[in-house]
Design a protein around this ligand. Structure first.
Ligand SMILES: *Cc1c(COP(=O)(O)O)cnc(C)c1O
Length: 433
């Protein structure tokens, strides 16, 4: 599959180059040239297909021929070695648990898939540096997904004091080919520095940089599997399926929209936001105004200018009315999120994390006027990743799962930086080593 830049000022390129480059030379996000819907029979017979077969059929067109089918099968098998259960809370609401991977955040799938693609492409031992900014979970998932991949160095920027203890441990304790940079600033500062590095020709002439944020097609696209997996589990019982996606950079929801493009019968999407409400406002006013991000208890969604929004517009033909038919968006305060956490616990005896709780609130808002729908909110992280918030609200201790337990005693290793010059000097130094 070839990809074009959404800025339309760069040549089209192969899947391989899109993965290695991350961002197009004109700074645009890559988007597939064609999207061919899957045959109707695929969805009719989905019960007969395993999760790996579903994933294989769904993503094949986007990665072939550069990734041969036999290789793709192995990559998928290795990527999806955990479960994606849907838990029905009541007749109108379910949650899709995306936290059963090694770092207990939904980003594990994208990170594992991308790492294996890059590992496959990286046959001639050129060194690639994956540079990634994280507001919390990306760092851990990418660090874990890329750990030990030959020829790939991973450098993670995270905002000092603005990720949870567990998240920090997950991205600062692995060692090997993974380095963490602790940035004196907020997530947007981290993201800006990463963007600046990609635009710095002096730097990019010296080293091959790529991103592992959802701007990278190999990180973004495999997320469309989730929606198909949920459909497989729900379609017998529920016909009008709506997904409420706790959104930050809007990569996950945008992957769901790709699943819909492939023919998955999804009735509607709900973009559930915390106080960072650029898209909620956009749907009200038709004006897109990026804002500095504000800190919330659902910190992986503290994004003031969601990078994938441009892909969403492309999916719906840059037509505001089509977009509005398919997408609603609501924004919730931390206080509302805490109340929701408690509500989910007392009503359903289910422990959500703050991001999932925002998704739950999105379902509730949508269902008010659409009571026949079945709304699935994505549980994007395990509640223990946000232990302080969750335990203080539900007033119950949660046991640490083994994946988390394993990192808690390890020692943090991170280098502090405060501006782009620090980052550049670090990267050049590292590349020489
Ligand atoms: C990254 C993340 C999100 C936001 O996902 P996007 O694809 O950036 O919209 C939501 N919840 C959690 C727990 C995350 O880690």
């Amino acid at each position: 599959m070839n990809y074009f830049s959404l800025n339309k000022k760069a040549p089209n390129t192969s899947f391989k180059d899109a993965v290695i480059k991350g961002l197009a030379p004109d700074k645009g996000l890559y988007f597939p040239e064609h999207i061919t819907p899957l045959p109707k029979s695929f969805f009719e017979n989905i019960d007969q297909l395993s999760y790996s077969e579903i994933a294989f059929q769904a993503i094949k067109q986007f990665v072939s021929p550069e990734i041969p089918e036999s290789v793709l099968k192995v990559i998928i098998e290795e990527t999806l070695n955990f479960n994606f259960p849907v838990i029905e809370l009541d007749n109108n609401i379910s949650t899709l648990e995306l936290f059963h991977g090694p770092t207990m955040a939904f980003k594990d799938v994208g990170a594992r898939f991308m790492a294996r693609c890059l590992g496959y492409f990286n046959t001639n031992n050129t060194k690639v540096t994956v540079l990634v900014a994280t507001s919390g979970d990306t760092g851990g998932a990418v660090a874990n997904g890329f750990l030990g991949v030959k020829g790939v160095n991973v450098v993670i920027l995270y905002p000092s004091g603005k990720v949870s203890d567990i998240q920090e441990k997950q991205l600062t304790t692995l060692g090997q080919n993974i380095t963490a940079l602790e940035v004196d600033g907020v997530f947007d500062d981290c993201q800006d520095m990463v963007k600046q590095a990609f635009l710095d020709e002096d730097l990019t002439s010296k080293m091959q940089l790529t991103s592992a944020n959802s701007i990278n097609v190999a990180r973004w696209l495999p997320q469309l599997f989730y929606f198909m997996f949920a459909y497989k589990q729900l379609h017998h019982k529920h016909k009008e399926i709506v997904f409420s996606i706790p959104s930050g950079n809007f990569g996950n929801i945008c992957a769901g929209m790709m699943a819909q493009k492939l023919g998955l019968p999804i009735q509607h999407f709900v973009a559930s936001n915390n106080a960072n409400n650029v898209v909620t406002e956009y749907l009200k006013t038709e004006t897109y105004i990026p804002k500095p991000s504000v800190q919330t208890i659902s910190n992986a969604m503290d994004v003031g200018n969601p990078s994938n929004f441009i892909r969403i517009q492309e999916i719906y033909n840059n037509d505001f009315s089509i977009l509005k038919e398919n997408l609603s968006s609501y924004s919730f305060t931390d206080e509302e999120t805490r109340v929701a956490l408690k509500d989910i616990y007392t009503t359903y005896n289910y422990i959500a994390d703050p991001h999932g709780a925002v998704g739950y609130l999105g379902c509730k808002s949508y269902l008010k006027n659409n009571s026949n729908s079945h709304c699935v909110f994505l549980e994007t992280a395990h509640p223990t990743k946000f232990l302080d918030v969750v335990e203080s609200v539900i007033k119950t201790k949660i046991d640490l799962p083994p994946q988390i337990e394993a990192v808690m005693d390890k020692e943090k290793v991170a280098t502090s930086i405060s501006n782009y010059e620090d980052l550049k000097a670090f990267l050049i130094q590292k590349n020489k080593a």
